[in-house]
Design a protein around this ligand. Structure first.
Ligand code: ADP
Ligand code: MG
Length: 699
């Protein structure tokens, strides 16, 4: 149960003065809360910048275009003249060095007179402008008297806003929310407090919202860092608590004697690479451990992760248990089943696919067989985590391209069995810091070498003024019977624009090359997509125009040429993923990166990097350098999904420290007992990572 101490923080923000239903709706939107926005959400909504009002020049010395606070005497008013409501109400004021005009548009009658009575002294703060040679402030942000000035902070926080919500409303709400902050016990150990020089939680929160120095709101500063550490510690501790519970019942081992696996290996038309063998061995070992497996299998596109996943599935099937593989797209799921099915069959492993496309009778039939244990390995999309999908004995969850799924989806899949082992497949090498954030301590296997017989890819950058030459070259390649991808750019995440571009290119290429041209895009229905892909794989279509739906996993080994339009718009990881679609067969491949001139520095650096190497690990490192960690996972630069305060670029160091602290806690006080335990429980509730607490009982 949540400590009652925290109740004030979980009260709805409508309990604050001035927040009615309309404001509540705006705040809910701002704070990304579906049901109720709470005081806590408000407190964790941190400022993005500040306005510095500390400059207090005389009028004569005030610099136009800057924010100033002037001490003035109000001389006279010129109210809105006659019936011209568009004209402003002007207030003339002065100090001993000159005059200033304060301008109010559409003010309530009487409001300005009351705010700035003639003959009084006022402190007025806002952006000074020159208008016809006269200093002017339009709608001063602050107008206060002597008493008000004494309380005026010289630095105002500026919050991220949402349409319809004024900065002042957010500031006032936050100020009230800070008043509700109870005295909380310290949850960080004294050593860490000392080493990191962290201020107390309440001080950190207050200083970020009511900055005293301009630097107080910087994410790398002590106050924000303290809060980020708290958030990260809550995350790491929750992961550690869950993980500590992930022991399996004694004797319940998930890997069998290897009879199915050796059948599969015998049926392979190739030899496993050494790193595939190592990964499979590591997985077998994990499956034998009394603690559940949490392993990340990283390897470039085409490095052969699917067969390793299949071997893992076979291992659990050997003891009569089931496995599931969840892929982010339907194309990918079908690709997997295509690789898996023939191999599985040769070993007598029963596989099936479940996506949004299996419906009605077919779906019911799959679900029935799954519940009966007649399916050993189910491959699919997030259709796998629907409520009515029930396994007889799910023991292994394989999640492909994990970063497209949230942690919630991953948990939803593992919740469908008992003590389910988890294998995550990723073609994008994930930086260690991010692995820690989302998985805590996860084991990692890497597929570093490429399967034998792969040809290098010749990658070239070509300015798009040479488009015609490229089209001619594609024409020659088609004549020679080659298979060509033509990738159209992703525009601003908008699928519609995306589609228009691809469709237009499709039409123009079709006009030139006729029926040999096909089109596949994200808006297409599944069966249609598959049909086009199958035609391409069979060589009936020679030139496939595609949006980035082919980004992940599509496997047509015969394709040996790829043209990427507007390559300058793609991220490095994405270019790498795309290019991974070629160079899979025995033929030498070519990748042409068409770009629009002029290239900015970042795009030029990306195109250079992609030309220089095909090693995904090197590309990931380069990408990290160029863009920061957030983008490696395709998330916004600013944050980690599921984290409000911690920033991967800024707080990477803190992630490791939070993990160390969590591990220490798990060692010393795994059931969170006593005073410190209580404090840590507070922390978990505060950052809503309390899901593990029921597992360890009351403190
Ligand atoms: P990934 O999922 O890592 O991108 P896949 O598992 O789809 O790669 O494998 C890509 C292709 O390489 C598949 O056609 C697969 O059959 C083939 N393959 C996998 N392992 C090997 C190997 N050791 N030798 C040769 N080909 C392999
Ligand atoms: Mg794959």
């Amino acid at each position: 149960m949540r400590p009652p101490l925290l109740n004030p923080l979980f009260a709805p923000i409508t309990s604050l003065a001035g927040i009615g239903p309309k404001q509540d709706r705006l705040f809910r939107h701002l704070l990304d809360r579906e049901d109720t926005a709470r005081i806590l959400d408000l407190l964790l909504h941190l400022p993005a910048s500040v306005i510095d009002r500390r400059a207090r020049p005389k009028i004569r010395d005030a610099i136009p275009g800057t924010v100033v606070t002037l001490e003035v005497t109000v001389d006279r008013h010129r109210p809105v003249p006659g019936r011209n409501p568009r004209a402003p109400h002007l207030v003339y004021a002065s100090d001993e060095t000159g005059d200033v005009v304060l301008t109010y548009f559409r003010a309530q009658p009487g409001y300005v007179e009351k705010l700035l009575p003639v003959g009084t002294k006022r402190y007025v703060s806002g952006t000074l402008q020159m208008f016809d040679g006269i200093p002017q402030i339009v709608h001063p942000d602050r107008v206060v008297d002597e008493a008000g000035f004494a309380k005026l902070s010289g630095i105002d926080p500026v919050y991220p806003l949402t349409e319809g919500l004024a900065l002042g409303s957010v500031r006032r709400a936050v100020a009230q929310a800070l008043q509700k902050l109870p005295h909380l016990p310290e949850w960080i150990s004294p050593e860490v407090i000392r080493r990191c020089k962290f201020p107390p939680f309440a001080e950190a929160l207050n200083r970020v919202h009511i900055p005293v120095e301009l630097t107080d709101i910087l994410p790398e500063g002590p106050f924000w860092s303290r809060l980020a550490f708290d958030e990260l510690l809550a995350g790491q501790l929750a992961l550690a608590l869950v993980r500590a519970q992930l022991r399996r019942p004694a004797g319940d081992r998930h890997a069998g004697d290897g009879h199915l696996r050796s059948k599969i290996i015998d049926a392979l038309p190739y030899a496993l690479t050494p790193s595939q063998r190592q990964a499979a061995a590591a997985i077998t070992q994990d499956l034998h451990q009394p603690v559940r497996m949490l392993r990340l299998l990283q390897g470039d596109v085409g490095s052969g992760k699917t067969v390793v996943a299949l071997l893992a599935a076979a291992a659990v099937a050997e003891v009569g248990k089931q496995a599931a593989l969840m892929a982010p797209t339907e194309i990918l799921a079908r690709q997997h089943i295509k690789t898996i099915a023939p191999l599985a069959e040769s070993a007598g492993l029963r596989v099936a696919i479940l996506t949004g496309r299996e419906k009605g009778r077919e779906r019911r039939d799959i679900l029935a067989r799954l519940a009966e244990g007649e399916i050993d390995f189910l491959v699919g999309t997030h259709a796998l985590i629907q409520d009515d999908v029930a396994f007889k004995a799910l023991a292994l969850a394989v999640v492909d391209e994990q970063h497209r799924f949230g942690v919630r989806e991953r948990l939803a899949l593992t919740a469908k069995g008992e003590a389910v082992d988890v294998l995550v497949l990723s073609a994008t090498p994930i930086p260690r810091t991010l692995v820690l954030t989302y998985f805590g301590d996860m084991d990692v296997s890497e597929l570093r070498e490429k399967p034998a017989g792969r040809q290098p890819i010749d990658t070239r950058a070509v300015p798009d003024i040479r488009l015609q030459e490229v089209i001619d070259a594609v024409g020659r390649a088609l004549k020679a019977g080659k298979l060509v991808y033509w990738i159209c750019p992703l525009v601003e995440e908008s699928e519609m624009v995306d589609l228009t571009d691809a469709a237009a290119r499709f039409e123009s290429l079709k006009a030139r090359f006729g029926e040999k041209v096909g089109l596949v895009h994200g808006k297409m229905r599944g069966p249609e997509k598959d049909r086009v892909m199958a035609q391409f794989a069979a060589g009936e279509i020679g030139l496939l125009v595609a949006t980035t739906v082919v980004e992940v996993g599509v496997d047509v080994p015969a394709a040996s040429i790829m043209v990427i339009e507007n390559a300058e718009r793609f991220g490095l990881a994405q270019l790498h993923q795309l290019r991974g679609r070629i160079g899979r067969g025995s033929e030498a491949s070519t990748c042409l990166l068409l770009y629009k001139e002029p290239l900015n520095e970042m795009s030029a650096a990306r195109l250079k990097a992609i030309r220089e190497t095909t090693d995904g690990f090197r590309i990931a490192e380069e990408d990290l350098k160029l863009r920061g960690e957030g983008d490696v996972l395709g998330v916004r630069q600013s944050g980690l999904p599921g984290y409000r305060i911690a920033r991967p670029g800024v707080h990477a160091q803190l992630i490791a420290q939070a993990r160390d602290e969590a591990l220490r806690i798990m060692k010393d006080n795994p059931r969170l007992k006593g005073e410190r335990g209580q404090a840590l429980r507070c922390l978990l509730y505060l950052f809503e990572r309390d899901e593990a607490l029921p597992l360890i009982g009351a403190g």
